[in-house]
Design a protein around this ligand. Structure first.
Ligand SMILES: Nc1ncnc2c1ncn2[C@@H]1O[C@H](COP(=O)(O)OP(=O)(O)O)[C@@H](O)[C@H]1O
Ligand SMILES: [Mg+2]
Length: 465
């Protein structure tokens, strides 16, 4: 069943239920109460009552006419016509209103037999009347009869009908209105849902460019926003995947072509004897480079997938930095670069995975080494700031332009503007460093002034002795 049909059905059900419950309440509670109320005031009970009032007054009256004011009173009080006859059944007095009603002799005759009787009459105008006739006794002697005539108004129906009908009419209007409402509301709901369904179907076909245009502030708007966000992420992921594949194949093709060339030359014997060893060394160099590249790609993709767990513990960051400095000092000396470390006198404990942090330090130092011209200066500093340790590498290198700065952490991003004699990198170093530092719950920061130098830094939680 469609959402719209369900909604319509439930609306109608609620309306029907409300009407039924109200009707039942009217029938079961309200109408019986009315009926009871009405019967207590009914003519049948009132007839003998009035007869006894009249009989009490007859004793005191000398003539029938003297009873007239009483009859008038009763007549206006109870909205009835009252006739009074003597013991022979002859009419003696009657109330004035309503004028067109005549006494019913047959009933009077019955009353003369000593019994109270009631009947109904219908006049030619279509009006119904209740007639009650009672004998009037004085000291157990029948002195006459009293006949009371009252127009019949079915109070139960008089009150009940408008209530029932207004309920039904109201219910009908509510039903029509609800159908209209359901149409509007369901349109608001089903339209965006249909749009989102179409979008999801496009996703399943690999088209991530689809977006839902829905700005409403309700749950559906929220869902659309999340879907759009998801689409954006998927699109980005898809783009990165394609780029990555293109980059990787490009990066691998270059060394493979080189290696292929050398090997072909060796097989063909075109190389002179003395150049063979040198060529083999170059081939080995290319193969090693390729292996490093493949390892970097693997590491980065595993870091991005969260497949590498950090073994975080307190370690001596200063000790680690000094060890790496020793390892790289020869490369720095060869390029005539000054490398210095400024650190607190005691050891600098930090929380992290020492192997991974060491990797980051090496990546940053390798960059400073490569992107700084001979005669330059590279400085590592360790500073304790509150409960954190700040690691910073500053160089007097070629710097990074403001346009490039936001992109240097992207994988495979590398600048072609590098010092003479330096080989082009793969552009994976900073991407790996960024992943590692973020896995430590921190961030890597880069600042640079083109032509003056760059600085890279990150914070780690400090450990306490
Ligand atoms: N210390 C630095 N000085 C100047 N440029 C830098 C420095 N570190 C990184 N860069 C720039 O950022 C780019 C990306 O660095 P990285 O990810 O390590 O890749 P790679 O070093 O393989 O090129 C480099 O190509 C370079 O342009
Ligand atoms: Mg690098």
């Amino acid at each position: 069943m469609s959402y719209r049909a369900k909604l319509t059905l439930s609306f109608l059900l609620v309306i029907l239920l409300t009407i039924s419950v109200t009707l039942v309440i009217q029938r079961v509670i309200i109408e019986p109460t009315w009926t009871q109320f009405l019967t207590s005031f009914s003519l049948e009970r009132r007839g003998p009552e009035l007869a006894s009032i009249v009989s009490q007054n007859i004793q005191r009256a000398r003539r029938w006419v003297e009873l007239r004011p009483l009859l008038e009173q009763l007549s206006t009080l109870y909205r009835v016509k009252v006739f009074l006859t003597d013991a022979n059944g002859d009419l003696q007095v009657q109330s004035r209103y309503p004028e067109d009603i005549q006494p019913i002799q047959a009933e009077i005759d019955k009353a003369l037999q000593g019994e109270t009787s009631s009947t109904q009459i219908t006049l030619s105008g279509g009006k119904n009347f209740d007639v009650v006739t009672s004998p009037v006794f004085v000291n157990n002697r029948l002195v006459g009869t009293i006949q009371i005539v009252q127009e019949r108004t079915n109070l139960g129906r008089v009150f009940g009908f408008p209530l029932t009908s207004s309920l039904l009419i109201g219910g009908g209007i509510a039903a029509i209105l609800s159908l209209f409402l359901v149409y509007l509301v369901s349109r608001q709901v089903t339209l965006p849902i249909r749009k989102m369904k179409q979008m999801a179907m496009k996703f399943s076909q690999g088209d991530f460019s689809a977006r839902v245009d829905l700005k409403s502030k309700d749950e559906l708007g929220e869902l659309a926003r999340v879907l759009n966000e998801m689409a954006g992420k998927l699109e980005e992921t898809e783009r990165i995947r394609r780029e990555l594949l293109a980059n990787i194949s490009h990066e691998l093709r270059t060394p493979l072509t080189t290696v292929q060339g050398y090997i072909e030359a060796l097989i063909d014997g075109v190389l002179p004897e003395e150049k063979r060893e040198e060529s083999l060394k170059l081939v080995l160099e290319e193969v090693r480079k390729t292996e490093r590249l493949v390892n970097s790609i693997l590491e980065l993709s595993r870091l991005e997938a969260g497949a590498i767990k950090m073994d975080i513990r307190a370690f001596d960051l200063k000790g680690l930095v000094l060890k790496i400095k020793d390892k790289l000092s020869l490369s720095f000396e060869r390029k005539n670069l000054k490398l210095e470390v400024s650190a607190p006198g005691e050891e600098a404990l930090a929380f992290g995975d020492p192997d991974r942090i060491g990797e980051v330090v090496e990546i940053l130092l390798d960059n400073s080494l490569r992107y700084t011209e001979p005669g330059g200066h590279v400085k590592i500093s360790l500073v304790r700031e509150g409960d954190q340790v700040l690691f910073k590498v500053e160089d007097t290198g070629i710097g990074i332009s403001p346009e490039e700065l936001p992109r240097i952490f992207n994988r495979f991003y590398r600048s072609t503007n590098i010092p003479k004699g330096e080989r082009l990198g793969a552009g994976l170093g900073l991407a790996i460093a960024k992943e590692i530092i973020e896995a430590h719950g921190s961030q890597i920061m880069a600042e640079s002034v083109p032509g003056k130098g760059s600085s890279f830094s990150f914070y780690l939680k400090a450990g306490n002795r």
